[in-house]
Design a protein around this ligand. Structure first.
Ligand code: GFB
Length: 316
């Protein structure tokens, strides 16, 4: 991919799209095309079609999505399935119709069955029932993978699908109820420390296993895919670190980073979700890509960002 290529990063105001935008700029991509939601609503097909016809991007990184933690996925499942289906359908179709040379579609490892063999390989897709709390979101993302692959097969679209594990990093959503576990717990641990509380409430049992990938590592994988991976009907790749941890261990690491020394209390009225989500990223590793940001370092940098920006956090 030529550094002068016109690259459309869809979702650049979000955690993932923002990291990709910064990374592309650092690498010297000079013709990025960006639109805020107020300028183009990706859930409206006419706006997307007009944008593609006018701007003619050569490459598209589709990082725009409605996302959230376990509770937001469950509570707002209608919003999650509608917005994600609309956004990806409009962008993938417009990319094909306007001759885009490369499309990167971002999904999530929640597309795999709740009880998939671990570590989870790409072959596990559509082999069993999904985790109910995020089934609407997962089905939308599965449809996106299928659409990208079907367009690759029928129309020759050069599409690569990346399925990252749980992400974190600066500029995340730190909402106390709707966010993913890492930013939500970091925010609550910070408030507990400020209030001099004696405990921190952690949802669920603390036993589920997750894998946390720094968003700059995902941005690195996205640029790697853009430049080095040939898309096609089978171009589905997990993106992960190869390191897993329990929610309890995560909460302990967060408390240490934040400097909160109270006890952990587990709230069993809240859902655990998938018992273990640990990705097998060997397909992508075999092409030469590897995550490099150590978890402790990423966690500290994320907390530094939180401290510097806590008065301007996202509201929803
Ligand atoms: O990041 P998270 O919300 O989503 O993590 P998933 C949920 C796990 O963390 C569950 C526990 O085991 C929760 O019980 N947890 C503990 C908490 N305390 C908290 C808390 O304060 N907030 C939250 N949110 N969780 C998501 C999917 O699943 O994974 C998304 O819902 C997406 O669709 C994402 O795919 C990668 O890891 O369970």
């Amino acid at each position: 991919m030529d550094r002068s290529a016109r690259v459309f990063v869809a979702g650049h105001t979000g955690l993932v799209g923002g990291a990709i935008e910064r990374r592309l700029r650092e690498d010297g991509y000079a013709n990025l095309i960006l639109r805020r939601r107020a300028e183009m609503d990706l859930t409206r097909q006419a706006e997307v079609d007009a944008f593609f016809a006018a701007e003619r991007p050569e490459a598209v990184i589709l990082a725009a999505a409605r996302v959230g933690g376990i509770q937001a996925n469950d509570r707002f499942s209608g919003d999650f399935i509608r917005d994600n289906l609309l956004i990806q359908t409009h962008v993938i179709d417009a990319a094909y119709r306007n001759g885009v040379k490369k499309l990167i579609f971002m999904g999530s490892n929640c597309i795999y069955p709740k009880h998939a063999p671990q570590p989870i390989k790409e072959e596990s897709l559509l082999t069993g029932p999904l985790e109910p709390t995020n089934r609407a979101y997962a089905l939308a993302k599965i449809a996106g993978v299928e659409m990208a692959q079907a367009y690759a097969k029928q129309f020759g679209l050069d599409a690569v699908c990346l399925m990252p594990t749980n992400l974190y990093g600066p500029r995340d959503n730190f909402h106390l109820e709707n966010a993913h576990v890492l930013p939500a717990l970091m925010h609550r641990a910070h408030l507990a420390k400020q209030a001099g509380a004696d405990h921190l409430t952690v949802w669920g049992s603390g036993t589920p296993i997750r894998e946390f990938l720094h968003v700059d590592d995902l941005a690195d994988a996205a640029v790697f895919a853009l430049e080095k991976i040939q898309g096609g009907p089978d171009a589905l790749y997990n993106v992960g670190t190869g390191e897993e941890m329990s929610i309890r261990a995560l909460a302990e690491a967060i408390c240490e980073t934040v400097g909160f020394s109270g006890e952990l209390r587990f709230d069993s009225s809240k859902p655990d979700g998938t018992p273990r989500k640990f990705s097998d990223a060997s397909r992508l590793n075999a092409l030469g890509w590897k995550a490099t940001i150590p978890f402790e370092e990423g966690l500290k940098a994320t907390y530094r960002w939180f401290l510097e920006n806590q008065n301007a956090l996202r509201a929803a």
